[in-house]
Design a protein around this ligand. Structure first.
Ligand SMILES: NC(=O)c1ccc[n+]([C@@H]2O[C@H](COP(=O)([O-])OP(=O)(O)OC[C@H]3O[C@@H](n4cnc5c(N)ncnc54)[C@H](O)[C@@H]3O)[C@@H](O)[C@H]2O)c1
Length: 428
């Protein structure tokens, strides 16, 4: 069998999900040829894991400015993009222009200008972009799509969606590069791309108009000072002030985090353990969004990043009844432990309330693995033998764009105080 060949850009925490799958379960169908990153130490560590954990061979490494050289030398079928969000579009577009398909992590990109450039590049080159929306594949998420598609509650007129990020995983965004909106688009793009993609997928529609409020009300130095905090530090590792802080992450206490970030920071100055109560955070931690969809449905969405538990509550209100879904997710720090526990489910219920009839609970087979059991199914779809899928869960650049446009429009609404028509942002 001819193997499909890959190179990967961005060898941080998420990268192992892909290169581990290629080097492990999917080594008969797929081959990894090279890594590309701005940080050689991180690429060397990824190569060490390839050898020691996956018994694979070391692959060639290229600096970010050698990307084109890498494509010319390695001639991969596809490029996997798992770098910092702000850089995705650069690699997506260059890869397409050099004749490769692309598999990119979410969010596809962070603003409307970069989004348009990607849409244009796909049209120009005729190559494919796949966005890895693992949440679509979680069995309970697919079940919600199935119930709505089967008309169990009739036409969905409104969705009420509350997502909670807790003081462990939610706090992690405020320690890392995500805390700068230029890198991540803020949580309404970086994180909510998953949620807004799910809503598009569930109700089978697209966002039309968006309004939002958002603010930084908990993290950041000013908020901590208002609450009476007097001790501050810039990074946790090795700092006595951070010893008692439950929000601190000590990179030297976790072998994996130390090798991937602490030992690598001499090269690029990137510190993964910044204080969540430090200066320089310009993303929101408290957000409320109102969306009108093209099929007339209305979404009310709330995201808070400092909650005591992690997960969500959602209600779909339809012409024939209501579905309520409650999910509690495992708490985690990105790359701080077992990947299969990232977003794993610890409690869930789906209740259907048919109009005039007795409510009932819908049983869903437990999904094993990260992101509610979505991760392993997604990997099979990409690297294995995809089964015909009546739910069309494989997401392309159009799905990638529609999922970020709600957050990009929400960011604009926060900046301007005005509702934003999504069609004014990009042309498909
Ligand atoms: N789908 C999911 O569930 C999920 C989970 C985690 C992360 N992600 C996504 O994966 C991506 C990476 O996140 P992460 O947590 O691994 O972050 P990370 O900080 O651990 O890794 C980012 C990597 O990108 C590299 N990088 C930075 N600038 C670069 C450039 N200009 N060119 C090439 N490489 C560059 C960094 O050196 C680092 O190795 C993000 O887009 C994130 O949204 C998705």
């Amino acid at each position: 069998m001819t193997k499909k060949t890959y190179v990967l850009v961005g060898t941080g925490g998420r990268a192992e999900f892909f290169y581990g799958a290629i080097a492990g379960h999917y080594k008969e169908t797929s081959e990894l040829l090279a890594f590309c990153d701005v940080n050689q130490t991180r690429m060397n560590y990824a190569n060490r894991l390839l050898e020691e954990k996956y018994s694979y061979r070391r692959v060639n490494t290229y600096q970010a400015d050698q990307f084109e050289e890498m494509i010319a030398a390695e001639k991969p079928d596809a490029v996997i993009v798992t770098s910092v969000d702000r850089t995705h579009h650069t690699y997506i577009i260059r890869a397409l222009e050099l004749g490769c398909d692309v598999i990119t992590e979410k969010p596809m990109t962070v603003d409307e200008v970069k989004c348009q450039e990607i849409l244009d590049a796909v049209k120009r080159t005729g190559k494919n972009v796949r966005v890895t929306f693992n949440y679509r594949y979680a069995p309970h998420h697919t079940k919600a799509r199935e119930l709505i598609q089967d008309g169990v509650i009739g036409q969905v007129h409104s969705v009420h969606f509350e997502w909670l990020l807790n003081t462990k995983h939610g706090a992690d965004y405020f320690r890392r590069w995500h805390r700068d909106k230029r890198n991540s688009g803020g949580l309404l793009v970086h994180k909510s791309t998953h949620h807004f993609d799910l809503v598009n997928f569930w109700i089978g529609s697209q966002p039309q108009e968006v309004f939002a409020f958002g603010d930084l009300l908990f993290y950041g130095r000013e908020n901590a000072e208002k609450r009476g905090e007097t001790k501050f530090y810039d990074r946790a590792t090795g700092n006595p002030h951070a010893q008692e802080d439950p929000f601190a992450l000590h990179l030297d206490k976790n072998e994996h985090l130390k090798a991937m970030y602490l030992d690598a920071e001499v090269e690029d100055g990137y510190r993964r353990d910044q204080s969540v109560f430090g200066d320089g955070i310009n993303i929101e931690d408290t957000m409320g969004v109102l969306v009108r969809y093209k099929n007339n449905a209305i979404l009310t969405y709330s995201l808070n990043a400092y909650m005591p538990w992690e997960g969500y509550r959602i209600a779909f209100n339809g012409s024939k009844g209501r579905i309520e879904m409650n999910i509690i997710e495992q708490s985690y720090v990105n790359s701080g432990g077992d990947k299969a526990l990232e977003g794993a489910i610890v409690g869930k219920s789906i209740l259907v309330f048919p109009m005039w009839k007795t409510p009932y609970e819908v049983e869903v087979e437990e999904g094993k693995g990260g992101h509610g059991g979505g991760d392993p199914v997604l990997l099979n779809d990409i690297f294995g033998t995809p089964m015909p899928d009546k739910f069309n869960r494989a997401a392309d650049h159009i799905d990638g764009a529609r999922s970020i446009l709600t957050g990009i429009a929400a960011n604009k609404a926060i900046r301007t105080g005005q509702p934003v028509k999504v069609d004014t942002l990009v042309k498909f």
